[in-house]
Structures are given as structure tokens and as C-alpha cells.
Design a protein around this ligand. Structure first.
Ligand code: FAD
Length: 433
């Protein structure tokens, strides 16, 4: 087989599809250890919630589709057990051997529950695959739990908390660190805590959970538990084959997503990428990056020269309808990365005063020495998405706050006030510098 891809979700299938576009005659095989391929993991919380009723709605394409329409062979329930690069051969769990010329590793990441005793009980869940979500839905329907504990206040944890609360459960979120959404940002954490509290979800920080009991976690009574902590890239297969990992613990690649082994590429949640604000490697596993790095790896495997420059770490999550959006670094994190951060935080109307505005909070962070923008946090309604993307573009362009303040942003009363909240925050930040 000319090109073999390990992993049949975002990165793996993007790689296979891009390789097919570039080379219509290339033999392509995708090996997926699970029963499903090509599903939107990002939609799983909405399936648990019940907003998405049908599991099939989350599946974008089937193996049959890939075979017929794209001439790509996809084998499910096919776990790769080892890679022998000198022989250009994979060994599957079944014992079968699969030769390759080019290989794309897109094995994703996992929620590692091994450090928590009792995590194997039937009322304990992770939320990573369609199977996980299906199991949770069945548990909710059949066992009718009343109280849930969510371990971990990253975005998947809070999405799970939101979904369970909307199913009528009492929910407590326990987080080991002092902050929410994996971002050391006291204002953001307070805003998340306020929103959870408003919807009667209890949020406790500084709680390290070593074990889960049959009916409680850390003294909090519960009938079900969602573990959403301890995310790790699935790199063991690659590391055993001699593929170098970076300092983030994920697979190191160049900007064509090629590993230290010639002809072997890695993409998606198992690979690290460059953070464009620092120029250093980072591991921020997200679907956007998985699709893009998959495309680049597929192109390279098929002989083209695409490249992936990096990310600025942009994300957004809805917690009970309020958007929490971030890009780049918080002030605390920026300092840890060696910047001399100065930040300004403003609250402003998201549209004209007479057009039923809602409040939006914008915090911008810049480096005092270079005056470059290095991060932002925006909390508000849906308009936070568009605004955080403007800051993300500015981070890509390495824009200074002085230029950012001059941006020609749109204005019409239903969409923004005449001074966009971003520009108000920029003015404020320039005064602070
Ligand atoms: P995965 O999707 O993890 O796929 C890897 C595949 O490789 C798996 O199917 C696995 O079974 C297979 N595999 C692993 N090892 C082997 C092996 N040895 N042999 C064969 N197959 C193997 N991202 C966003 O950008 N926005 C969001 O809103 C968002 N929401 C999310 C919500 C949830 C609940 C979750 C779980 C994730 C969310 N993400 C979101 C993240 C996004 O889904 C992931 O970044 C993306 O799925 C990563 O794609 P991937 O192909 O790298 O890895």
C-alpha cells in the first residue's frame, strides 16, 4: 500500500482526502481501531444534552463513502500494534501485517484516567468518542441519575456540565488547578464561575481527585462522574518506532508535518505545532488544527509542498449560552513565556445603546517592550466569536497595539457600537503602556 494513515477521524481523513486530491492514482488505506470514523467529536456534548437527537447526525462520512467516492479504503476495528519503519510495515493487533511507503500517524489524544482509582466503574465516563457519548446517553435514559460530578474544568468538562445540567442533574465541577478552561486568567475564571453559579452548577477549584467512590467524589455525593482531565497525546506507537517527541510530549514534526523518520508524518492531536506568538512548540489539541495539519501531512505524503506555519491558540466555548473566547496568552501565561505583559480589560455594549445591547468583556494583553499584542479574552454573546477572530488575525500578523487600534472595523447599530469593544479595549491598553 502506498500511503497508510493510522486514525480515521479529523486529521487522518483530512490527510487521506488531500492525498487523493493531489494524486488520483495513489493507493490509500486508513486504519481505525474503533468502530466509527469521520465523526464530529465537537458535537458530542450536544448529543449528550439531547439537542442533537440522532447519533448518525454526528457522522460526516462512512467507510463506504470513502471507498466509493474517494477511492480510499477504510478499515475499522483495525488497531495498529506496532510500526517497523526499517521494514516499512505495520503490525495490527490481529497479527496482520500491512506494508507502507508513506505513513501518516493521526492517532489523536485521550483522557488518561489511569491516575484516578475507581475510574473503571460503570457510572464513570469520559467524553471523547461516539461510543462514550452513546454510553452516557443510555445511562441518563436508563438510570436517571440525579447528581453528577465532572472532574476537570477544561472546555470539554464545562460542556459536559452544561449538557448534564440541562438534563436536570445537579452538577459539581471539580478542578485541580485554580482556574477554568486551562487558562491562568483570574478574570476569565471568575466569569466562568459566575456563569456556572447562575445556572446552579457548583464549581470548586484546587481539588485533586485521587479516587472515585461508588457514590461520591471527594465527599460530593453523585450517581455519575465524567472525567475530563489528564489529556495526553497518543504517542506510544510512534515513540516505540523511534519517532521523536517534542518537549510538549507530542510528536515533533517540521512544517510539512514530517517526523524525524523520512516518509512518516504526524498530524492532529498527537502532534505538536509551533505557537506563532512565541515561535516555540506547543500542544493545544483542537479540531481546527487537526484538519489543517492533516491536510498538510496528506499533501506532503502525496508529494506536494504545503506547509503548516502554526497556531495562535484560538478557542471558544459556550457555557449556558454565554461565549468564552480566548486567543494567544493571558497576562500570567505571557509572563511565563518571557513577555513583559500589560493588559487592559473593558466592559462595553456589543451593539448600539438603543438596539438591545448586551455586555461584552474584552481583555487585551500586549508586550510592553515590543508593544505587540500577545493575547485576548472575550466573554459575551455570539459576537465574541467574530471579535476573537479579529484578534487572532492580529496575532498572526504580529500586530502592534498602535496598529490594532486603527483597524477599520464595521459599524451598524444592530452589530456594534460606533466604537467597537475591541477598539475601546485597544485605546485603554495603549494608555496603560
Ligand atoms: P481523534 O479525533 O482523537 O482521532 C484519532 C483516531 O485515531 C481515533 O479514532 C482513534 O481510535 C484512532 N487510533 C488511535 N490509535 C490507533 C491505533 N493504534 N490504531 C488505529 N487507530 C488508532 N475542537 C475544536 O476545535 N472545537 C471544538 O468545539 C471542540 N469540541 C470538542 C468536544 C469534545 C467532547 C471533544 C472530545 C473534542 C473536541 N474538540 C474540539 C477537539 C477535536 O475533536 C479534536 O481536536 C479532533 O478530533 C482531533 O482529531 P484527530 O484526528 O487528531 O484525533
Amino acid at each position: 500500500m502506498a500511503l497508510v494513515v493510522i486514525g480515521g477521524v479529523a486529521a487522518g481523513l483530512s490527510a487521506a482526502t488531500r492525498a487523493r486530491r493531489i494524486d488520483p492514482r495513489l493507493e490509500i488505506l486508513v486504519l481505525e481501531k474503533g468502530p466509527d470514523i469521520s465523526y464530529g467529536a465537537c458535537g458530542l456534548p450536544y448529543f449528550v444534552e439531547g439537542r442533537v437527537q440522532d447519533r448518525e447526525a454526528l457522522i460526516v462520512y462512512t467507510p463506504e463513502y470513502f471507498r466509493k467516492e474517494r477511492k480510499i479504503e477504510v478499515r475499522t476495528n483495525s488497531r495498529v500494534a506496532s510500526i517497523s519503519h526499517p521494514r516499512r510495515e505495520l503490525v495490527l493487533e490481529s497479527g496482520a501485517r500491512v506494508p507502507y511507503e508513506k505513513l501518516v500517524i493521526a492517532t489523536g489524544a485521550r483522557c488518561d484516567t489511569s491516575g484516578i482509582s475507581g475510574a473503571d466503574q460503570p457510572h464513570v465516563f469520559t467524553l471523547h468518542t461516539l461510543d462514550d457519548a452513546g454510553r452516557m446517553r443510555r445511562f441518563l435514559a436508563e438510570r436517571r441519575p440525579r447528581r453528577a460530578v465532572v472532574i476537570g474544568a477544561g472546555y470539554i468538562g464545562v460542556e459536559a456540565a452544561d449538557a448534564l445540567r440541562r438534563n436536570g442533574l445537579q452538577v459539581t465541577v471539580l478542578e485541580r488547578s485554580g482556574h477554568a478552561l486551562l487558562r491562568d486568567d483570574p478574570n476569565l475564571t471568575s466569569a466562568v464561575a459566575r456563569q456556572l453559579d447562575l445556572h446552579r452548577v457548583e464549581f470548586r477549584t484546587g481539588i485533586d481527585v485521587p479516587s472515585i467512590e461508588a457514590d461520591s467524589v471527594d465527599g460530593v455525593p453523585c450517581d455519575m462522574v465524567v472525567v475530563s482531565a489528564g489529556f495526553k497525546p497518543n504517542v506510544e506507537l510512534a515513540a516505540d518506532a523511534g519517532i521523536q517527541l517534542g518537549r510538549t510530549g507530542a510528536i515533533r514534526t517540521d512544517d510539512r508535518m514530517e517526523t524525524n523518520l523520512r516518509g512518516v508524518f504526524a498530524a492532529g492531536d498527537c502532534a505538536e505545532v509551533t505557537h506563532l506568538v512565541t515561535g516555540r512548540p506547543t500542544w493545544i489539541p483542537l479540531g481546527t488544527t487537526a484538519n489543517k495539519t492533516g491536510r498538510v501531512a496528506g499533501a506532503a505524503a502525496a508529494g506536494a509542498r504545503d506547509r503548516f506555519p502554526g497556531i495562535v491558540g484560538t478557542s471558544i466555548v459556550s457555557i449556558f449560552g454565554m461565549a468564552f473566547a480566548t486567543t494567544g496568552f493571558s497576562a500570567v501565561h505571557a509572563r511565563a513565556e518571557g513577555f513583559d505583559p500589560v493588559s487592559a480589560r473593558i466592559e462595553a455594549n456589543n451593539r448600539a445603546r438603543y438596539y438591545q445591547p448586551v455586555k461584552t468583556t474584552v481583555e487585551l494583553v500586549a508586550d510592553r517592550t515590543t508593544r505587540r499584542l500577545v493575547g485576548a479574552t472575550i466573554v459575551g454573546d455570539d459576537s465574541a466569536a467574530g471579535r476573537i477572530n479579529v484578534v487572532a488575525a492580529a496575532l498572526h500578523a504580529r500586530m502592534r497595539i498602535d496598529d490594532f487600534e486603527q483597524l477599520d472595523l464595521c459599524y451598524s447599530p444592530p452589530y456594534s457600537p460606533v466604537w467597537d469593544p475591541l477598539l475601546i479595549a485597544a485605546q485603554q491598553l495603549r494608555h496603560e503602556l
